[in-house]
Design a binder for this molecule. Structure first.
Ligand SMILES: NC(=O)c1ccc[n+]([C@@H]2O[C@H](COP(=O)([O-])OP(=O)(O)OC[C@H]3O[C@@H](n4cnc5c(N)ncnc54)[C@H](OP(=O)(O)O)[C@@H]3O)[C@@H](O)[C@H]2O)c1
Length: 259
């Protein structure tokens, strides 16, 4: 039998270690999940464009902004999936007259240009542009424009869309451009940006999926920073450009793209 004081010390040590583990696990989970916006802010009267709005983060963002009063353009590549998502949002209480689907395949410059023309025809200003759509696939594939598919979908397509819509975002009293990036950007550095090889099959110590995806996500961040700098340089102070990591979770679509 152990002396009482030793028993107490063991129990105390186990309790402290347990509490510390729970505390660290909670902090880690909060870090991985990212922050959550719960404030009751209205989006009444705002005109919003969300890419990849038919599922996952784009779906929730489009739905929430519509519920808060915004007119939301859902930019999606697949008409049926967009239609199904739109119906789901309407069932969840969204206003159908403020929920508009426009076809946009970010892996095609032609499609992005057509989509921008359509938006500019419909609206004289855009308040919020959310560059959300993204893919992570395990095979090396090129687009019709000759670019590696993740590079074009996640970055080049959004870059072009932003450039084309910028004049009408600048027409907003408070324009907001948001690039949905990823914490995966930390897996690469600016040294991985040799444009001569950016569309070529990689051989790397980290897996190819990681390098292609991470590079496109780092580009989303660099795009936001540089565009922000250029706007300030031109004296445009009514538009902000930001990038974010949305947190880590799996949607059904993630599983399909990854498998
Ligand atoms: N989920 C996470 O844990 C996580 C973590 C970090 C960053 N992110 C980023 O967050 C964003 C959204 O991710 P998610 O988890 O919501 O992904 P998701 O559920 O897979 O949704 C991606 C959306 O992008 C659309 N999309 C894909 N390729 C497209 C193209 N060529 N043209 C137009 N739309 C296209 C998809 O349309 P289809 O349904 O037609 O495929 C879908 O609507 C992505 O940029 C992702 O990189 C996610």
């Amino acid at each position: 039998m152990l002396p009482i004081s030793r028993n107490v010390r063991i129990v105390t040590a186990v309790a402290v270690a347990g509490s510390l583990t729970v505390f660290l696990l909670r902090r880690y989970r909060r870090f991985i999940n990212g922050g959550q916006f719960t404030e009751d802010v209205s989006a009444e009267g705002k005109i919003v464009v969300v890419t990849g709005a038919n599922t996952g983060i784009g779906f929730e963002t489009a739905k929430e902004l519509n519920l808060r009063g915004a007119k939301v353009y859902m930019l999606c590549r697949h008409p049926l999936r967009a239609q199904t998502a739109r119906e789901k949002m309407i069932k969840a209480g969204c206003d159908a007259s403020r929920l508009i689907y426009i076809h946009c395949d970010l892996s095609s410059f032609k499609s992005v240009r057509e989509c921008a023309v359509e938006l500019i025809k419909r609206e004289s200003h855009i308040d919020i542009l959310i560059n959300n759509a993204g893919i992570m696939i395990e095979i090396f594939k090129k687009t019709e424009d000759g670019h590696e598919i993740m590079w074009q979908t996640n970055y080049l397509g959004h870059f072009l869309l932003t450039e084309l819509l910028l004049p009408i975002v600048e027409n907003s009293k408070k324009g907001r451009i948001i690039n949905v990036a990823s914490i995966n950007e930390r897996l690469v550095s600016y040294r991985d940006f040799d444009l001569r090889y950016i569309d070529a099959p990689e051989s790397s110590l980290i897996s190819e999926v990681d390098i292609y995806y991470s590079r496109s996500k780092l580009a989303n961040i660099m795009h936001a920073r540089e565009l922000s700098r250029r706007l300030r340089h031109r004296g445009i102070n009514n538009v902000t450009v930001n990038s974010l990591h949305p947190g880590q979770f799996h949607t059904l679509n993630n599983f399909i793209s990854l498998s």
